[in-house]
Design a protein around this ligand. Structure first.
Ligand SMILES: [Zn+2]
Ligand SMILES: [Zn+2]
Ligand SMILES: [Zn+2]
Length: 278
């Protein structure tokens, strides 16, 4: 426990002192003056030995963050997305508690080849050629005709199915065509079939993070004991996550070292070539 502290949750004063005295930092830029609970995670504030510090400064030259930030995902899902943790400040030297919420992305399918996401579903393949023909007909003009006009189209009238069957195919296609495509061709890379678009099995959500302050200038003396306890629990859980991130970082610098390598990147260069009469 480096950041986490123990608080007597029977004492109103102890809880208020903890919340009001907790380290804070800006949620956005300094000039909008919104702050929240935070911890400084600059190398010289992590309580490292000088040997660890040297290793830490080497590590800062690399893309190490993804190796150690998993506690943030755990914290966020435990909070059902209503709080998360982000970095802020020059060189991201602070971990800050943020308000957040999940929102639906609206994406319904994605391409298995290039990953491009699409707002439309891939419509289930029709079970017969006649059904497929009627569906394609309806999808092609966006389902904008009244039912009887589809049925009267010579190509559809010629199909040997009962009018009831055709009508139900027309009606379901009219509903489906608003947010689905026939076939699963990707609009970006053009792949279709086995490696083309496929529907998501669950609604896709993303976390929207708010820059609003958390408990800034809050008068905790007006809070009830259960309210204070809940908030103390949240902030202690935040402290705990910060500890886990710090532990991960120390684990990383003690088990991995930074190696330097020269990479050859193929690149296209443009140069001027002139035509000279020689
Ligand atoms: Zn269908
Ligand atoms: Zn694609
Ligand atoms: Zn030349």
């Amino acid at each position: 426990m480096f950041f986490e502290t123990t608080i007597d949750k029977r004492s109103k004063k102890a809880m208020i002192d903890f919340l009001a005295g907790h380290y804070r930092y800006n949620t956005m830029n300094g000039w909008n003056h919104s702050t929240s609970y935070a911890h400084c995670i600059k190398v010289n504030k992590l309580g490292l030995t000088s040997e660890q510090s040297n290793a830490a400064y080497d590590m800062l030259q690399t893309d190490f963050w993804n190796e150690i930030d998993e506690p943030i995902a755990d914290f966020t899902s435990e909070m059902s997305g209503s709080y998360t943790i982000g970095t802020n400040g020059r060189s991201n030297g602070y971990l800050v508690l943020y308000k957040s919420e999940y929102e639906l992305t609206g994406f319904k399918s994605y391409c298995r080849t290039c990953g491009q996401r699409n707002f439309k579903l891939v419509h289930d393949a029709a079970k017969s050629a006649d059904h497929a023909f009627i569906e394609a007909y309806v999808f092609r003009n966006g389902g904008c005709w009244v039912d009887a006009i589809y049925l009267a189209e010579p190509a559809i009238a010629a199909i040997e199915l009962s009018d009831e069957e055709k009508l139900s195919m027309v009606q379901s296609a009219k509903l489906a065509c608003k947010d689905a495509t026939i076939g699963n061709k990707c609009g970006a890379c053009g792949t279709e079939g086995e490696h083309g678009r496929v529907n998501y099995t669950r609604p896709q959500k993303r976390l929207s993070v708010s820059g609003k302050n958390v408990d800034q200038n809050e008068d905790f003396s007006e809070w009830s004991l259960p309210e204070l306890r809940n908030r103390v629990e949240l902030v202690r859980r935040f402290d705990q996550a910060c500890d886990e991130i710090r532990d991960n970082f120390i684990g990383l610098i003690s088990t991995c070292k930074v190696v330097e390598e020269v990479v050859m990147i193929p690149k296209t260069v443009k140069r001027i070539e002139c035509c000279h009469a020689s």
